[in-house]
Design a protein around this ligand. Structure first.
Ligand code: ZN
Length: 58
């Protein structure tokens, strides 16, 4: 698979299809360590959880 950087189009929320110009995140403290939980600011649904800040499905 080839990754293509596209800054001219906005990713959409899979839940409400709002354009994700920005996404919210919250730092969770879990027994396995810290997690970043990302969510849509329009519908508040979770987009993904990552070990690392700024890295979506990591
Ligand atoms: Zn949404």
């Amino acid at each position: 698979m080839e990754l293509v950087e596209r800054n001219d189009i906005e990713p959409l929320c899979p839940h409400c299809e709002a354009e994700l110009h920005t996404a919210g995140f919250r730092l969770l403290s879990a027994w396995m360590g810290r997690r970043y939980l990302y969510f849509c600011l329009a519908c508040h649904k979770t987009l993904g959880v990552s070990h690392r800040k700024g890295f979506f499905m990591g």
